[in-house]
Design a protein around this ligand. Structure first.
Ligand SMILES: Cc1cc2nc3c(=O)[nH]c(=O)nc-3n(C[C@H](O)[C@H](O)[C@H](O)COP(=O)(O)OP(=O)(O)OC[C@H]3O[C@@H](n4cnc5c(N)ncnc54)[C@H](O)[C@@H]3O)c2cc1C
Ligand SMILES: *[C@@H]1O[C@H](CO)[C@@H](O)[C@H](O)[C@H]1NC(C)=O
Ligand SMILES: *[C@@H]1O[C@H](CO)[C@@H](O)[C@H](O)[C@H]1NC(C)=O
Length: 452
């Protein structure tokens, strides 16, 4: 029973022999939020994290309405943690504008589309602060650091036995169910789809990267004015896209300027690299003087961030037996919709609910074989509920990246067509009915158990 990975006492699980042993691989947003959701449902999971500590990068992250709703369902503490660290401000609107043309004589903004973000807006925070805040609610001992998963020995479990996890340091652990939250370069993904599947191998460079930098608001405001600095703006144009929004309580203007790159990304293990402003200036030469002035205000030394995703080889499934994938391990999307981590929280809401149903099954707590059968059915339900929406996010994120850079031949720079494409895609993400997703999960699982 329980984890035997490194000789630490595992009194929590051995004193509750009937509780499910859930192994979460990876302590990013997907892994930690799932752990909280399980804890609040009476299940004590173990997170195995390869790093020596939690190490989310300092960059910002935003969450849309669906994600906030999913946080509340997964565990209200997640939502409360998010609210404690949100810093974004600015208005509740999102403007998509033509960044190529000069404004007309009336000086009118070449608005392509504008959407109301809802009461809750599109609030952002620092990733590192959010993770720190979440981790405060995770009891010590739930997380095992420096555990790099190498393999899962999945005896099919017909005899009710647990799966054996092997780590690169030679230690082992056991679990009833393994959830791979190990990110874009997932090891669990390889185990789930098999090494021969192209989806098993590394995600692919989408041939776009972003220059990222911050402009002090006292510099930006006189040049851009109130509207353009307060409201989230996306400047669309030929082979480029510049996103601006206020951060740090309005003290800084965050600039994320995406460009298309025909070359290969030269850095093997890294998604970020130093960059020069002069390269950004060249990339945005085709944009109007407002966008060029935004680039000009950036500091000389910038970062660039490559966009990788799982678009080229979508996974045929998120599960195998008693192993499932969640978050970027299952579906890494390009960042244009700002919805990847929100999707991980949606995954977690479904997983936590289904695992708690299995945990609550009295007969399964007495009979390990029944437990294995129920777990497999729970994961089948998870896959049925989540696969299509999460895969679609990967697809629409790539597609909208082309549309934003006027590279979709059916849409081009036609404002009406661009607006239509943006509108339905954003609505489908933001207005997703989380309660309905949960009800469907329950119903699907109930049907699976009929006749058992
Ligand atoms: C530029 C950019 C901007 C973005 N903006 C947004 C946004 O505004 N809103 C939004 O919702 N999403 C956004 N995203 C997407 C979001 O960042 C990701 O979807 C999310 O962080 C994924 O979380 P995760 O927990 O699945 O993976 P990760 O954060 O990658 O965590 C994986 C963890 O697993 C660990 N690990 C890996 N392999 C192993 C192993 N073998 N054994 C043990 N541990 C292992 C890693 O050390 C890591 O801690 C953005 C992404 C990018 C690139
Ligand atoms: C450049 O484009 C933006 C967005 O459409 C617009 O608001 C701005 O006025 C344009 N700049 C000039 C100088 O016309
Ligand atoms: C952000 O806006 C909200 C209202 O939308 C306000 O209550 C809050 O104080 C603002 N925060 C900052 C840091 O400006």
């Amino acid at each position: 029973m329980g984890s035997i990975d490194n000789g630490n006492s595992s009194s929590s699980s051995s004193s509750r022999p009937s509780s499910l042993d859930v192994a979460i691989i990876g302590g990013g947003i997907a892994g930690v939020t799932l752990a909280l959701g399980l804890l609040s449902r009476g299940i004590i999971p173990t997170i195995y994290e390869r790093g020596r500590s939690f190490a989310e990068i300092g960059a910002g992250i935003g969450f849309t309405q669906n994600a906030e709703w999913a946080m509340k369902v997964l565990d209200p503490r997640i939502h409360a943690a998010f609210k404690r660290v949100t810093v974004q401000n600015g208005t509740d609107w999102f403007n998509w504008v033509d960044g190529e043309k000069e404004a007309d004589e009336d000086g009118r903004v070449a608005m392509i589309h504008s959407m109301y973000l809802g009461e809750r807006g599109f609030e952002g925070c620092s990733r590192a602060e959010f993770l720190d805040e979440l981790v405060k609610s995770v009891p010590q001992g739930t997380v095992k650091f420096s555990k790099n998963l190498a393999a899962v020995v999945d005896s099919d479990g017909d005899d009710g036995s647990k799966m054996e996890l092997e780590f690169t340091d030679g230690t082992k652990a056991f679990a009833d169910v393994v959830i791979g939250c190990d990110g874009i370069r997932s090891r669990v993904r390889q185990i789930v789809v098999g090494d021969a599947n192209k989806a098993a191998h590394h995600p692919h460079y989408s041939h776009k990267y972003a220059f990222r930098g911050l402009i002090p608001m006292e510099t930006a405001l006189p040049v851009l004015g109130k509207e353009k600095t307060e409201t989230r703006h996306m400047y669309l144009g030929p082979d480029g896209l510049a996103l601006t929004f206020p951060v740090a309580g309005g003290k800084l203007l965050n600039v994320v300027a995406f460009v298309t790159d025909p070359k290969q990304w030269p850095y093997v293990e890294k998604f970020t690299a130093p960059a020069k402003k002069s390269d950004a200036v060249r990339a945005f030469e085709g944009f109007n003087s407002t966008v060029r002035s935004i680039i000009d205000m950036l500091p000389d030394e910038l970062n660039k961030w490559a966009v990788f995703d799982t678009y080229d080889h979508p996974l045929p499934t998120f599960i195998k037996g008693r192993i499932a994938l969640s978050g970027d391990a299952a579906h890494a999307a390009a960042p244009y919709h700002g919805a990847g981590a929100g999707m991980a929280v949606e995954d977690g809401a479904v997983l936590a609910h289904l695992l708690s149903e299995v945990n609550a099954d009295h007969d399964a707590s007495q009979d390990p074989r029944r437990r294995v059968v129920l777990l497999k059915k729970a994961l089948e339900t998870y896959n049925a509920i989540r696969l299509e929406r999460a895969q679609w996010l990967v697809q629409t994120s790539r597609e909208v990246g082309h549309i934003y850079q006027w590279q979709d031949p059916r849409v081009g720079s036609d404002h009406a067509k661009v607006a239509e494409e943006i509108d339905w895609r954003c609505r489908k993400i933001w207005h997703y009915d989380i309660e309905n997703m949960m009800a469907e999960s329950k119903e699907h699982f109930r049907k699976q158990l009929e006749g058992m």
